[in-house]
Design a protein around this ligand. Structure first.
Ligand SMILES: NC(=O)C1=CN([C@@H]2O[C@H](COP(=O)(O)OP(=O)(O)OC[C@H]3O[C@@H](n4cnc5c(N)ncnc54)[C@H](OP(=O)(O)O)[C@@H]3O)[C@@H](O)[C@H]2O)C=CC1
Ligand SMILES: O=C(O)CCC(=O)C(=O)O
Length: 501
């Protein structure tokens, strides 16, 4: 297989880059000194000569890589995300070198905003956080992508997420550009009033850059219905405009049915399409799900609808194993615990007599048929992937953004697993955000059935497009490469048509 993710010479570099944070095996933000190693190009010369670059193209790609490594030094997550895409779209450059220049533009955000977020805590003390919005690409429409509030948020994390959004939003078939934002604010342990004051301060700076035809944020980690409400209230107060400037709104004031469910449902729809293609049934399949937030909850719900058996959930303290499989009542308990009581997952043990909790552990060693990583980036490394494969896993479908390290992806490919990469498999969330924007423009609200049918149609289209692009480039059923190629070509052609902007 010519898409051999990592030339051996790069493996040692990457191995160092994915050390886990100490103490908690679940608190797995990538660390290290990221660098894109140009050696990955060599594999094309040896195993796929038809995609070997000409000397001139090779020099240009090397030049781009050197510039990114120099300009974005230390931005590990961003460099990883660029590397992952670059590694899979070389065949496009080999076929038509005009796309190399477009890629060079695409890795430089159109605009990056960083700002101070002062807010007053319940003790009357002023707290300072840092806010970000990276407006990555407007080639296909207004900037679109979520906001993340988490202590690990920095420019590298926001840029990697904004970069992923380019390809993902392109795949949805809707007219959306790409952006992402957030703050290192940690809502854990904060009162509702503190969260409100933080959101108001955050929006007081950010609103200048937003608009329903300019930039439309939504939720991501730790930004859900509560935060979107506070952010929208402040936007309205500052602008006197009631419009679709945010998605993920409450149903009573412009939200879309199925938006909360969309990422999890969409990921399972994607898995179902892949299973159909491989003639595999999801019925009775044991599924490991990580995370216990928005994406994880609705992944479990849809797995139950389709007759699968979800057996794990996790948070940053560890994972729960419910050997018999979660029932609908069990998941209703988890939703109430996480979304309303804002509790910790280990409290599930007070409810279930059968569950076990594994403190500071990840669920990837549990024997199962399918895995749905739905917590955060870098949560499955090479060792985790080896455990999954040794236990006979058949498919990995990414609800989270970039949850698998390059070593893990390489292992999936060698084992010929069904691999649903994040940009394709979790695109259902932003797709229904796009549908929310359409409903807002029409001043209408569509029924649950209409939105769900559109979501499932979009997920099928994403799978079909990814597969057909892979086949067109002679990559078999390498859906990861196919998704990157299809997502890239649509944006790249738009950029060429719109001139050097
Ligand atoms: N919401 C959406 O529509 C979309 C989300 N995604 C991606 O899905 C993933 C989950 O997002 P979402 O469900 O919305 O977020 P939530 O905040 O609702 O839930 C996040 C879950 O992941 C866990 N988690 C977060 N950070 C870490 C960490 N460093 N280590 C271990 N566990 C962690 C949280 O545990 P704890 O409570 O302990 O922090 C929590 O269980 C993210 O990668 C996000 O970018 C992708 C597409 C759309
Ligand atoms: O719904 C949106 O606009 C963004 C969702 C998101 O942040 C993501 O796809 O990662």
């Amino acid at each position: 297989m010519f898409i051999n993710r990592l030339a051996s010479s790069t493996r040692s570099v990457l191995g160092n880059r994915f050390r886990m944070a100490s103490n908690s095996s679940v608190n797995n933000v990538c660390t290290g000194n990221g660098i894109i190693n140009i050696d990955f190009l060599k594999k094309y010369n040896s195993s796929a000569p038809k995609y070997a670059l000409s000397e001139e193209s090779h020099a240009r790609v090397e030049g781009i890589v050197n510039t990114i490594n120099r300009r974005d030094v230390g931005q590990t997550e961003f460099l990883d995300a660029v590397h992952e895409v670059l590694d899979t779209i070389i065949p496009v450059f080999a076929k038509d070198p005009k796309y190399i220049e477009v890629f060079e533009r695409l890795v430089e955000p159109e605009r990056q905003i960083a700002f101070r977020v002062p807010w007053v805590d319940d003790q009357g003390k002023v707290q300072i956080n840092r806010g970000f919005r990276v407006q990555m690409s407007s080639a296909l429409g207004p900037y679109k992508g979520g906001l993340r509030f988490h202590p690990t948020v920095n420019i590298s994390v926001v840029k990697f997420l904004a970069f992923e959004q380019i390809f993902k939003n392109s795949l949805t078939t809707l007219m959306m550009g790409a952006g992402k934002g957030g703050s290192d604010f940690d809502p854990k342990g904060k009162s509702d009033n503190e969260v409100m004051r933080f959101c108001q301060s955050f929006m007081t700076e950010l609103y200048k850059y937003l608009g329903p035809d300019t930039d439309v944020p939504a939720g991501d980690i730790n930004v859900g219905a509560r935060e979107i409400g506070f952010l929208f209230g402040q936007y309205k107060r500052l602008t006197t405009c009631f419009n679709g400037v945010l998605t993920g709104k409450d149903l009573n004031w412009g939200g879309s049915l199925i938006r909360p469910e969309a990422t999890g449902y969409g990921c399972v729809y994607f898995a179902q399409n892949y299973c159909d293609y491989r003639n595999v049934s999801l019925v009775g399949k044991k599924c490991i799900v990580s995370g216990s937030g928005n994406v994880a909850q609705y992944t479990v719900e849809k797995l139950l609808d389709l007759g699968a058996i979800p057996i794990t959930l996790s948070d940053s303290d560890g994972f729960i194993l419910e050997e018999k499989g979660f029932s609908r009542e069990d998941i209703a308990f988890v939703m109430d615990l996480k979304n309303h009581k804002r509790g910790r997952l280990c409290e599930y043990l007070e409810y279930s007599k059968t569950a076990k909790f594994f403190k500071n552990e990840k669920p990837w060693g549990v024997p199962a048929d399918m895995a749905f990583p739905s917590a955060t980036q870098g949560e499955i490394d090479g060792e985790d992937a080896a455990k999954l494969i040794a236990n006979g896993i058949q498919g990995v479908f990414e609800g989270a953004n970039m949850p698998s390290t390059p070593e893990a992806i390489h292992a999936y490919k060698v084992a010929k697993l069904m691999y649903g990469p994040a940009k394709a498999a979790n695109a259902g969330g932003v797709a229904v955000s796009g549908l929310e924007m359409a409903q807002n423009s029409q001043r209408q609200q569509w029924s649950r059935e209409v939105v769900d049918e559109k979501l499932s149609g979009i997920m099928k289209e994403i799978f079909d497009m990814s597969l057909s692009s892979a086949k067109e480039y002679g990559l078999g059923d390498d859906v990861q490469s196919g998704a990157n190629i299809a997502g890239f070509l649509k944006v790249a052609d738009a950029m060429i048509q719109q001139g050097a902007v």
